[in-house]
Design a protein around this ligand. Structure first.
Ligand code: FAD
Length: 468
């Protein structure tokens, strides 16, 4: 990946805006641009666009949507921004946080009402750190369907997506204005395309082991369960263009990943009363802080694994997730009618497991306080029949990236604007602070979808203003 002098760019074809990457960010940006009447070309390295987006649960947090209003849920951008700031201990950019919180509700409504995406509001549990029910996604709760719906919308809008086009080079003048991109094609040739603006929607660097080792050493040994094509290209170009880079140690981890199935057991089971125990049958952290920070805690346990322990009641909302259904179908969920039987089917020490059950029941009854800090009084105690899943901690995607302003315009290291570069999704600095603990559920797609739309609108105004 390189930035080459503008004088080296030779091209016969140009478009107003090039979007690099056809995940949620790139497709949302392209839909916004198209709606503004602009021609856009989306370049995607893979032969079929999937991205991390397709691996996700497809759930996007948003405040003030019509879906929330229909259910009588009062939410606001202010409340959402406060939740984002609280989870990251105030270590995110308040200007960008405010901008996405404000744009989140209108973006979901626009996707549903203007772009024809069949979305719904997830009910039954709130994710850690969200003070309202505000997760929206496909009814199947799978990112593969979110990606398919975005691709169908792009098709309806007449958006050109060139697949098998791995962008390797940006061509820029001395002021940092990108005038063209070079994309390698499967036959080894390079297509150079001229442009007036570029949107980086090529996600982060979770698929680049060297960058993970350098920036997130604590997750070096974790399974990477995101998209392998997230190779950190935006970072390389941004650095060469003098862009600011921030929060490179930030990431979305997940403390409940079933291997070898490679699928998550939704954290809903924890929020409704489930617990995690290590191979000694002991709990080791407050599960309600969040699944991202729990990944590191799970990896610190013997053999780097834990058992999710919950019951049939906790399983009800989990059954709405395609990934959970798959884990179940593939035999990843054990069932038991008693704690003794649970010990047998998991291989956990029966005495220790029984002790953990007794402790949790007494905290739930208000007797004593959990030394790990969890409040068990808000959820009913676990009751038979029980469920269990053997899980590990995984790295899903990175949250550090190019610094941007509230209009998704990429900033230089000195805080001034690069002339025509925009970023969203995993390519941009996220909202999760410097590490894994600041990840509020949904920050990944919030950045992809909402910053994608903002980037599309910003690039459209730039290009339109230049042609006036
Ligand atoms: C298992 C899992 C579960 C998750 N669940 C959720 C969830 O429920 N909610 C949530 O908010 N987030 C979730 N996330 C995170 C979320 O999926 C990502 O944050 C989001 O999809 C990022 O979108 P994106 O468009 O930036 O990147 P992607 O969807 O990864 O798209 C980037 C695209 O760019 C392409 N690309 C890369 N480099 C180049 C190049 N040089 N040239 C051309 N193309 C290139 C890639 O091939 C890829 O298709 C989850 C992630 C995983 C892995």
């Amino acid at each position: 990946m390189a930035v080459r002098p503008a004088s080296e760019a030779s091209f016969e074809f140009s478009v107003p805006v090039v979007v690099i990457g056809a995940g949620a960010c790139g497709l949302t940006a392209a839909l916004s641009l198209r709606e503004q009447g602009l021609e856009v070309l989306v370049l995607e390295r893979d032969s079929r666009p999937t991205g991390s987006t397709s691996l996700s649960a497809g759930l996007i947090p948003a405040a003030g949507t019509r879906f929330q209003r229909e259910k009588g849920i009062e939410d606001s951008p202010e409340l959402f921004a406060a939740d984002l700031a609280a989870k990251a201990h105030g270590e995110n950019d308040p200007v960008v946080v405010r901008a996405v919180a404000e744009a989140s509700g209108p973006t979901i409504d626009w996707l549903a009402d203007n772009q024809g995406l069949d979305l719904h509001l997830v009910e039954g549990f709130t994710y850690p750190g969200h003070s309202r029910l505000r997760m929206h996604g496909p009814k199947t709760q799978t990112g593969a369907d979110l990606e398919s719906m975005l691709l169908a919308a792009a098709d309806r809008a007449g958006i050109d997506i060139l697949t098998g086009a791995s962008v390797e080079d940006l061509y820029a003048d001395e002021g940092g204005r990108v005038v063209a991109i070079g994309a390698r094609r499967p036959d080894g040739t390079t297509d150079v395309v001229g442009c007036e603006a570029v949107i980086l929607a090529c996600c982060g660097y979770g698929g680049n082991a060297d960058l993970v080792r350098r920036h997130i050493p604590e997750m070096e040994a974790a399974a990477f369960c995101g998209h392998t094509s997230n190779t950190g290209d935006a970072l390389a170009w941004g650095e060469a263009l003098g862009a600011g880079l921030a929060d490179l140690g930030s990431y979305q981890g997940h403390g409940s990943f079933c291997l070898p199935q490679g699928l998550q057991v939704t954290w809903a089971v924890m929020m409704l009363g489930g617990v995690q125990v290590n191979l000694e049958g002991r709990r080791f952290a407050d599960e309600t802080r969040g699944y991202s920070e729990q990944a590191e805690d799970v990896l610190r346990q013997p053999e780097g694994v834990a058992w999710d322990i919950y019951d049939a009641r906790c399983e009800v909302p989990a059954l709405a997730f395609h990934d959970y259904q798959e884990v179940k179908r593939l035999g990843g969920i054990r069932e038991a009618d008693t704690v003794e039987q649970l010990a047998k089917v998991t291989g956990l020490p029966a005495d220790a497991l029984a002790r953990t059950f007794a402790e949790v029941a007494s905290y739930a009854a208000g007797h004593g306080r959990d030394p790990l800090g969890r409040d068990f009084t808000a959820t009913p105690p676990l009751a038979p029949p029980y469920r269990a899943a053997r899980v590990t901690g995984a790295l899903l995607h990175t949250q550090g990236g190019l610094t941007i302003d509230g209009e998704a315009r990429v900033l230089r290291r000195d805080g001034t604007l690069l002339p025509n570069l925009f970023a969203g999704g995993g390519a941009a600095r996220g909202f999760s602070g410097p590490s894994g603990w600041g990840y509020l559920s949904g920050n990944g797609l919030l950045s992809a979808v909402v910053l994608g739309r903002i980037a599309g609108l910003s690039a459209a105004s730039l290009v339109t203003a230049a042609t006036r």
